[in-house]
Design a protein. Structure first.
Length: 318
């Protein structure tokens, strides 16, 4: 194991230690490495632990490659029983003091790394889904006082090359734009957030690799055609437009928020909520949405209002 790790770092550099997905893909490609050891190491490989290894390699602080290799091998051999002691030992080797706390051992937890092989299986599974069927991809905080759970997506459009899907539940609450000014989907803060923050929080690097860079069209609002909608964009995560909702969403217009955001928004008697669309409304400082009953608000709310968000993605299947 330690030779394999040293070889990976020599070829790809120490930054690979902080990219968990790529690190384990490279590790799995080295045939001499035990699959069982890799499996155990994945479960113990927390972000703080990865940072310790990175610090050790880049700053050469009181530790060498051999020591790190032995520590990693020890984790693989001893699993949970000695993980806490090993972590404290490594921390002390690097920083010269005991750690303030120890990250929880990850065995049997649901946030283990998804390998490229697993992703291929997921894509194969998605390719078999028909319109209105659901699948799981990515993870997000959805339950109060819980951990991240798999995100459920509804297939709303499909062809031989890609699947368009929208989250079954509203996942977050955000303004369309942080300031009440003239804007567009192209310039909005929600577009920036979804493609710079949410995508990294919800998906692993390998999962992101199967998301299409979708050509997002700045559709006109048929009721307010004089309102300029901005330019087309290329996004991995986006909001649906009025036209898309009219054409493909059907009964899936109605949605409920996840438990973690229920108290942040107004909901109907049946627990459903209003959610944003990317199309602007009667003016460029208002954005449209879908009411809790599924009807489209074509005039829109002020863009700095907080509303529920149902991300949409395209997955490459062919």
């Amino acid at each position: 194991m330690k030779r394999a790790i040293a070889k990976i770092i020599k070829i790809l550099g120490p930054d690979i230690l902080l990219n968990t997905d790529c690190f384990f893909i490279a590790l799995e490609d080295l045939k001499p490495t035990s699959i069982s050891e890799i499996k155990i190491l994945k479960e113990a490989y927390t972000k703080p632990f990865a940072q310790l290894l990175y610090d050790a390699y880049t700053q050469n602080i009181k530790i060498n490659e051999g020591t790190i290799g032995k520590q990693l091998e020890a984790i693989c051999e001893s699993e949970k029983n000695h993980y806490e002691n090993l972590y404290k030992c490594l921390y002390k080797d690097i920083y010269g003091t005991v750690p303030p706390d120890v990250p929880a051992y990850r065995k049997n937890q649901s946030n283990t790394v998804i390998s490229s092989t697993a992703i291929r299986k997921i894509v194969d599974n998605i390719s078999k889904k028909e319109i209105n069927e659901t699948f799981f991809l990515g993870r997000y905080m959805q339950v109060v006082k819980g951990s991240e759970t798999p995100i459920e997506w509804i297939v709303v459009k499909k062809d031989s090359k890609k699947v368009l899907a929208i989250s079954k539940y509203a996942l977050l609450v955000k303004p369309y734009n942080n300031d009440w000014v003239s804007t567009s989907w192209q310039k909005s803060s929600i577009r920036q957030y979804l493609n710079e923050v949410f995508v990294k929080e919800a998906f692993s690097d390998v999962e992101i690799s199967v998301l299409c860079d979708s050509q997002v069209i700045a559709d006109k609002n048929s009721r307010y055609e004089s309102v300029k909608q901005g330019g087309n964009t290329s996004d991995k995560v986006f909001l649906l437009s009025i036209n898309e909702v009219d054409e493909i969403l059907g009964e899936n217009r109605i949605c409920k928020p996840t438990q973690v955001i229920t108290d942040k928004i107004q909901t109907g008697e049946d627990g459903t909520c209003r959610w944003w669309l990317r199309t602007l409304g009667y003016d460029t400082d208002c954005a449209t949405g879908v009411y809790a009953d599924g009807k489209i608000d074509r005039a829109g709310f002020s863009v700095n209002s907080e509303d529920a968000v149902r991300p949409a993605i395209c997955i490459r299947i062919g």
